[in-house]
Design a binder for this molecule. Sequence first.
Ligand code: ATP
Ligand code: MG
Length: 651
Amino acid sequence: MPETIESLLAEGRTFPPPKDFKADALVVDAEIYDEADTDTEGFWAQAAAALDWFEEWHTVCEWDLPFAKWFVGGKLNASYNCLDRHVAAGHGDQVAYHWEGEPGDTRTITYSQLLDEVSRLANALKALGVEKGDRVNIYLGMVPELPMALLACARIGAPHSVVFGGFSADSLRDRINDAQAKVLITGDGAWRRGAVVPLKDTADVAVAECPSIEKVLVLRRTEQDVPWTDGRDVWWHDLVPEQSTECPPEPMDAEDLLYLLYTSGTTAKPKGIMHTTGGYLTQVSWTHSHVFDLHSDNDVYWCAADVGWVTGHSYIVYGPLANRTTSVLYEGTPDFPDKDRLWQIVEKYKVTILYTAPTAIRTFMKWGPEWPEKRDLSSLRLLGSVGEPINPEAWVWYWQHIGGGRCPVVDTWWQTETGAIMITPLPGATTLKPGSATFPLPGIGADVVDDAGNSVGIPGGGYLVLTRPWPSMLRGIWGDPERYKETYWSRFDGKYFAGDGAKRDADGYFWLLGRVDDVMLVSGHNISTAEVESALVSHPAVAEAAVVGKTDATTGQAIAAFVILRSGNEPSDALVDELRDHVGDTIGPIAKPKSILFTEDLPKTRSGKIMRRLLKDVSEDHALGDTTTLADPSVVEGIKSRYLAQATEQD
Ligand code: ATP
Ligand code: MG
């Protein structure tokens, strides 16, 4: 008999690795943590040895706080590690990507085809004047040419800077100018929910103010007319197919820049995060195989993020390809043509590993379990989550309705800055608690500290810090070493400050509490937004919630909540009271929201993260702060007018 949500969520309920899963898992015992602790450099050196190096490194790590170098003296090429070596080993016919276009067209691309395409594109970039060290900007939808573009840059040693295809002309312009890119790779358009996103039109507006751009390479996908500048713009189909498939991979120093990626801008102005080659590829490939328990010959892996985010860089492109994975790549939205599109794709390709975000899971909860129930999801054996704290209710829903109660759920905490996963379970070895990212991976040092930087011990809550360098760590902020020191290394002496709050329970499990900027101070108590949101979402009527602390004359801050209901529930005053009491019962009376506004949508970044600072502006009736990274600016305007109307009504 299927278990009820209540019993799954019961206090203290834990989920040890399922027997069937464990029988075949890569890591089944916890000794690996001790081994990595005893000899951390030896542990990472072993991980690096799984890659192909043109020249061995002489030193594993040089640590001149806060600047690290990994695998010093080593030479390698990321595209060689992702492609050539698999083809040379006889795996050229293995599928690298099953690509599913939004309109329903598909492509199957093998490792040898991918190698040929990447080599052609690399030669085309050279023909456009790109040399080792030049930056190339990439602004495309989720087409196979997007991973190809990253790999072609890596092949010739030109760092890439990908800008998510949903960003505006201003955002693209600022990122190109910051990187001083020489070439932009874009397309005529991208498909999104049945409509064309006009990439080239937007790119042209941006490039008009980007003096460093010499050439624009344009991929045809949506086939509408596009503006054209002769001499600058070049069609992909005119230049790339005629190129040779011979393009020797450039031997890169382990510390050569592989790419720049700008953070998503949830809290502040985006920063150009620098990732280099050897350490990055080492940690990304190690985590990809061990966290997702990858069996390269059998698994069909799907990371449903966009390549434009770090999740896509590390876990759609570099990690999976370095590990010779067969992946699914999907162009469009989860609700096109209907709300079961993802489940249809899982069924079609017999996906075994699915990696997505809490914002998506809560949207599936809102739509209801009837959508996944229509499809055969029995091929799935492991589920992953990334991007925000996953509240226990969403975790259990995912486990039950998508995983069929058989698949471990790995909640993976990491950041653009960390490059790879840092805190997460090893699914064959770790007993899970819904909502907890569990423990730092082997080789990773993490702690929770107080204001003075002292460890708060176990149990305890405070600021999350990383205590040792790690191979895929950011090497700096592009063009701004001072901001790098100031942002990450100045708050706590000798420790990396991640900007997130966390607590450890009595068993030492880590629970991520969201950004410290989001913590509320109510009547002298620190209350995390994640805890109150989680309590709200644990009510059966609620799909998603965001809370903020608004200035209050009596309590310092008062909690304002914004709530999305699950389908089939109606807003009412009675429900407001019920939800307030529910939070009071779950956390304590002090955490009861002072106001609750029902809404259809929440302001989110284009990567799906709730932007609480804008809701705070709304609740305090300030002018809205920077909204350029919002997915849909009209959402927050709508919330603002309804919030103010409700506030007036209540006065
Ligand atoms: P910016 O730094 O520009 O404000 P951002 O932090 O949203 O943007 P990312 O690097 O994409 O940009 O996101 C990393 C952040 O996402 C983490 O610092 C954390 O707040 C949150 N996060 C990611 N994964 C998890 C997770 N599994 N649990 C809790 N929080 C997570
Ligand atoms: Mg951040």
